[in-house]
Design a protein around this ligand. Structure first.
Ligand code: SF4
Length: 400
């Protein structure tokens, strides 16, 4: 099978015990049937400990019973199976993560999940447009997109390249203007696809809106607000995703007070302030949008639902931007001020008194940005139940 990997893939190695946010916690860690049989047969015959640590759910799959959210096999930041050189006894998802291998018939694409903080750092450090390059690799394929329509796959790959070419052209305006153009493009091709008119879809071009509305976010703030306040379990995130919990907490305290009709304007100002202080961030969000499209757009090979993938990609970027914007207002801006002014003089900033006024790291450091990105990826990309809720909301409020 031909395999292609995203450009920074080869740089990744798990940093294990040095990782500030080890992934062996706060997930449901599934044990695939094959590994489970293998474990039972070879590693743990009649082993009570193993039986205590695994659970067979009503849905029929086994997963590891975590203790205080952590995998009980975690030892000094590394998996016990790794310590014992028995990687083959690790559940497949643990062997593979954060590598993401998706196969489409005779070829597969490999990228990295940015919910891994080290992968997120590498992503942020890699400049410019990322590409898939042919590689020799034997990572287990965890996702198979089945369809017997190779011409549709070719169409999707060409359509994705067309979008990325448009996205990365500097003369095409702000990030949101480019996103609007791509959304309109995908909406047009979606209409042809549902009528089984792929030839017509292939003729559609990306083009700017006649009159962009000059938005800062693709989705209205009120729409993003509903998802953050109503659909994400704030209580649950405190243990499972402390960084996301902290970001949503900042959002509730500082943006939750805004009225709907003033929120758009306020966020426009806040976002502009952040971009003025850190101009490269807009490029980072563009790179992220591009990366998400590279990862998920061709997954519509199976269900032909290109519009869903576009809506999701736009949503992930907006959520990250929104939470970054609030975080900058409360933490980044305060940090800049403490550098410039008397630390006591913060009267016009949104400084949260509970927050520490001495910061050991810079708000915009790659490691800090990676923390926020990984938290958003973990909290939104990996919460499939949330995707359905989001899509239903988008259907009612964006598409209607
Ligand atoms: S989050 Fe990434 S770097 Fe950290 S332990 Fe997991 S795979 Fe390794």
């Amino acid at each position: 099978m031909k395999r292609k990997a995203i450009s920074f893939y080869s740089k990744f190695h798990c940093i294990g015990s040095k990782c500030p946010s080890n992934c062996c916690q706060n997930w449901v860690i599934r044990i695939d049937d094959e590994t489970h049989k293998h474990m039972m047969r070879e590693a743990f015959p009649k082993n009570l400990k193993y039986r205590i640590f695994t659970v067979n759910e009503a849905g029929g799959f086994h997963h590891i019973r975590t203790i205080a959210g952590k995998c009980p096999y975690l030892r000094a930041g590394l998996c016990s199976f790794q310590w014992n050189h028995r990687m083959d006894l690790m559940p497949q998802i643990c062997q593979v993560y954060p590598r993401r291998v998706v196969s489409y018939g005779s070829e597969a694409e490999i990228s990295l999940e940015l919910s891994c903080i080290h992968a997120a750092e590498l992503f942020l450090e890699t400049e410019g447009r990322l590409t898939y390059e042919e590689v020799e690799d034997d990572t287990i394929i965890m996702w198979e997109q089945g369809n017997q329509d190779p011409s549709f796959l070719t169409f999707l790959q060409e359509s994705r390249e067309r979008m990325l070419d448009y996205l990365w052209e500097d003369s095409h305006g702000s990030l949101v203007e480019r996103q609007e153009a791509l959304y309109d493009y995908v909406l047009s091709i979606h209409r042809f696809i549902v009528r089984d008119q792929i030839e017509n879809a292939a003729q559609v071009k990306c083009k700017p809106r006649d009159k962009g509305a000059g938005e800062t976010f693709f989705y209205p703030i009120s729409f993003l607000n509903q998802i953050l306040l109503q659909d994400v379990s704030f209580a649950e995130s405190s243990k499972k995703n402390p960084t996301l919990h902290h970001l949503i907490d900042l959002y509730i305290k500082h943006a939750g007070k805004l009225y709907e009709d003033e929120a758009e304007e306020v966020f426009k100002i806040w976002y502009q302030e952040m971009i003025t202080a850190y101009p490269k961030l807009e490029d980072t969000y563009l790179k992220y949008f591009s990366y998400v499209l590279q990862q998920i757009y061709t997954e519509s090979y199976e269900d032909y639902h290109v519009l869903r993938k576009m809506l999701e990609a736009l949503w992930f970027v907006d959520v990250w931007k929104l939470l970054d914007t609030v975080s900058y207002q409360v933490e980044g801006k305060a940090q800049n001020k403490t550098k410039e002014l008397d630390p006591g003089n913060q009267s016009d900033s949104l400084v949260d008194e509970e927050l520490s006024d001495s910061y050991s790291t810079n708000w915009a450091d790659t490691s800090e940005e990676a923390k926020r990105l990984a938290a958003v990826e973990r909290g939104f990309r990996h919460r499939l139940r949330l995707h359905d809720i989001f899509l239903e909301r988008a259907r009612q409020e964006i598409l209607s």
